[in-house]
Design a protein around this ligand. Structure first.
Ligand SMILES: [Zn+2]
Length: 308
């Protein structure tokens, strides 16, 4: 029997099946977690091709996790599309980076990405970010209703939704508890600008949102006044939140914020004065920031005390 090995693919399209059929294949071998598109199923029948799922005892697909009863064909299409699968992989990769950097403890932290007007992929509750797989992720709408996915969404998803509602440019959000930035959040201070060029370009001024109980609507609303003007916000007595155009970039901003908070703490311990970037040069950094499409850090801000 002629077999075609498609185990490297996460999604099997009609085109894949057609190519196998034209090549005379009687069987394709796919990963047990691969998604078979509807059109691909039809093409299997046309070419009389059997499917063998690798890694299972009898070669048959293991039962699918149960999806919410409300999952509609349109939702299924977007949540399991090739583009969505790539985003799910990216979110899992970001989760592992956060864990490896020590930015998420236990099941802490959460990640999301907006894939449509009213569709947001987010991480589930009670999962270590190191262990995430694409199948663990959920789909919610802007009201917080779960549209797809078998696990329950993070209890802090409302925080992410407030970001998407108030900062239309935000396409991805990362929330975590990185130690140095969280230490600032505990002390009720924000790190200063005009000290580090990297920090001024990618973060600018940081806002500080007041404390509320995590997971509540009141907690989510604490970031409302700041998200349009700041891509990095400290959450008092809790952690940090950064938004960006992709999950990867949102994680980068968390790294930028955390690295500067750590570096500035070290610099202050030397016992000698540190230097500031001259104001005209700081303006040049601001211009670079604007060309990157990052928020201007003007307008409403938290007026949080700056640790200097
Ligand atoms: Zn948290």
């Amino acid at each position: 029997m002629t077999s075609v090995d498609l185990r490297q693919q996460k999604s099997i399209s009609a085109r894949d099946i057609e190519a196998a059929g034209i090549g005379g294949a009687a069987e394709i071998i796919v990963d047990s977690r691969a998604f078979l598109e509807d059109a691909a199923r039809g093409m299997l029948a046309r070419y009389a091709i059997a499917v063998r799922f690798a890694g299972t005892e009898d070669g048959r697909k293991p039962p699918e996790p149960s999806a919410p009863a409300t999952e509609s064909p349109r939702i299924t299409e977007s949540f399991y599309s090739r583009a969505a699968l790539d985003i799910k992989d990216e979110i899992c990769s970001v989760g592992r980076k956060l864990w490896l950097r020590g930015f998420v403890d236990g099941n802490g932290g959460n990640i999301s990405c907006r894939i449509g007007e009213d569709e947001i992929i987010c991480t589930p509750t009670l999962f270590s970010k190191f262990d995430l797989t694409p199948d663990d992720l959920c789909l919610v709408d802007l009201a917080g209703n779960q549209l797809a996915g078998s696990a329950r969404p993070t209890s802090e998803v409302r925080l992410h939704l407030e970001v998407y509602k108030n900062a239309p440019r935000a396409k991805a959000v990362v929330h975590c508890h990185s130690p140095y930035a969280t230490a600032y959040a505990i002390c009720g201070h924000v790190p200063p600008s005009s000290i580090s060029s990297e920090f001024d370009v990618f973060i600018g001024r940081v806002a500080l949102a007041r404390y509320e109980t995590p997971g509540t609507l009141e907690f989510a609303e604490t970031v409302q006044p700041y998200v349009a003007h700041h891509n990095a916000i400290l959450l008092a007595n809790h952690g940090v939140m950064c938004w960006a155009d992709t999950p990867t970039h949102a994680e980068w901003y968390v790294e930028n914020l955390e690295a500067f908070c750590q570096t500035f703490l070290i610099a202050r311990q030397f016992g000698v004065p540190y230097s500031r970037i001259p104001s005209e040069k700081a303006e040049a950094l601001r211009s670079i920031r604007k060309t990157q499409g990052l928020p201007d850090c003007d307008g409403d801000d938290s007026s949080a005390p700056v640790l200097s």
